[in-house]
Write a protein that binds this ligand. Structure first.
Ligand code: GLY
Length: 370
């Protein structure tokens, strides 16, 4: 491990596919080459980045890989979820073939969730699977999408409909990258941080309710928060890699959140929608007697403290139609993750009628009160 890396935290992830380390710290981008060399080895490194992140960090990462003896090739894809599609995927895998990559090459995903998903899926598919190293640069990718092996692209029919479970061989999260994020994008990632706290960590929840996270904050503090989130996710993924049971709890806030995201035509960020979903389900759960009294107010205060929205005024019928289209729907029922208390969640199988009631009780509550 490099001595130049500050605030380093190492989280070990054990999955059936492979064990790997998640390194969280400052100045990690300059260590990508040596860390990839140690974790994966190989001859060539293929870096996938996007038009937002490439100009900021690609040269540093390429230099680090070249210094570690890699033949380095890169591709810069257009930034944005609208490009997480088959045609971009095709461009990436064609470029991999053009670069002469083999099974002993490694793909390096340098960017946020979209880059991680696309590069991960390209690595899962090319020659039936090559190693991928995730180098997340957004908060959302650091605390959620870079860990756990989900990779996917979107279809006309919905988000993430084609993909694969493909665990990374290494994850390097350099919290220094957070300072260059657009403030809205940084705050968006906090939606998943609050979700993890509600799911599994009452102390983290209280800390978040009291102190808004700052992208320019103390790097040691940011590294500690990111590392704690990775641990929470690691604990779930290690117990249920393929989302057969426990991993579904990571969908806390997502049933309503995905519906808000789709109904807003993806204009509202994923983390903002998850925050709304967390609050909406908590309000409904309280109305239905499924959770501790006062829980929804506690969650709303924490979400508000972090600068995220707590409600939506999108029409209920529209939200329901998107919520039942969710790919996690099983037959006539939807698995809805409900917090009974902080760090105590339940997966409830709810009918479409019950889901309609949840939306009615949980969404546009402020409008109803006025
Ligand atoms: N983002 C939820 C999961 O990885 O399962």
């Amino acid at each position: 491990m490099s001595k130049n890396t500050d605030n380093l935290q190492v989280i070990k992830v054990i999955t059936r596919e492979r064990p790997y380390d998640v390194l969280v710290g400052s100045n990690l981008l300059d260590q990508v080459g040596t860390e990839v060399r140690t974790a994966v080895g190989g001859d060539a490194a293929f870096v996938v980045t996007d038009t937002n992140v490439g100009p900021l960090y690609l040269r540093r990462v390429e230099q680090s890989l070249a210094d570690a003896g890699y033949r380095t090739v890169s591709i810069t894809i257009p930034a944005g979820e609208q490009h997480k599609r088959l045609d971009t995927f095709g461009t990436i895998v064609e470029a991999m073939a053009e670069a002469g990559l083999t099974r002993s090459s490694v793909v390096v995903a340098l960017g946020g969730g979209v880059v991680g998903d696309m590069a991960g899926f390209a690595a899962a598919s090319y020659m039936r699977g090559v190693c991928v190293v995730q180098v997340p640069t957004s908060l959302l990718a650091m605390v959620d999408s870079s860990v756990g092996g989900k990779t996917a692209i979107d279809l006309d029919a919905g988000k993430n409909l084609v993909g694969a479970f493909h665990q990374p061989s290494l994850v390097l999260a350099d919290v220094g990258c957070l300072s260059t994020l657009h403030p809205d994008v940084f705050v968006d990632g906090i939606g998943e941080v609050v979700k993890h706290a509600v799911l599994a960590d009452a102390d983290l929840f209280d800390e978040l309710a009291a102190h808004p996270l700052s992208q320019d904050g103390d790097p040691a503090y940011l590294a500690r928060i990111v590392a704690r989130n990775v641990e929470i996710k690691r604990n779930v993924v290690a117990a249920d890699e393929r989302e057969l049971g426990l991993r579904q709890t990571l969908n806390l806030g997502h049933t309503i959140g995905h519906a808000v995201e789709a109904a807003s035509d993806f204009k509202l960020g994923h983390g903002h929608c998850v925050a709304i979903g967390l609050c909406a389900v908590a309000r409904a759960a309280e109305g239905l007697g499924w959770c501790e009294p006062g829980l929804s107010t506690r969650i709303e205060r924490c979400v508000e403290a972090q600068g995220l929205p707590i409600d939506t005024d999108l029409p209920h019928e529209m939200l329901l139609s998107f919520a039942v289209r969710d790919k996690k729907r099983r037959a006539s029922h939807v698995n809805l993750v409900v917090a009974r208390d902080i760090a105590d969640v339940d997966i409830r199988s709810v009918s479409v009628e019950e889901l309609a009631r949840v939306i009615e009780l949980g969404c546009a509550s402020a409008l109803r009160r006025s």
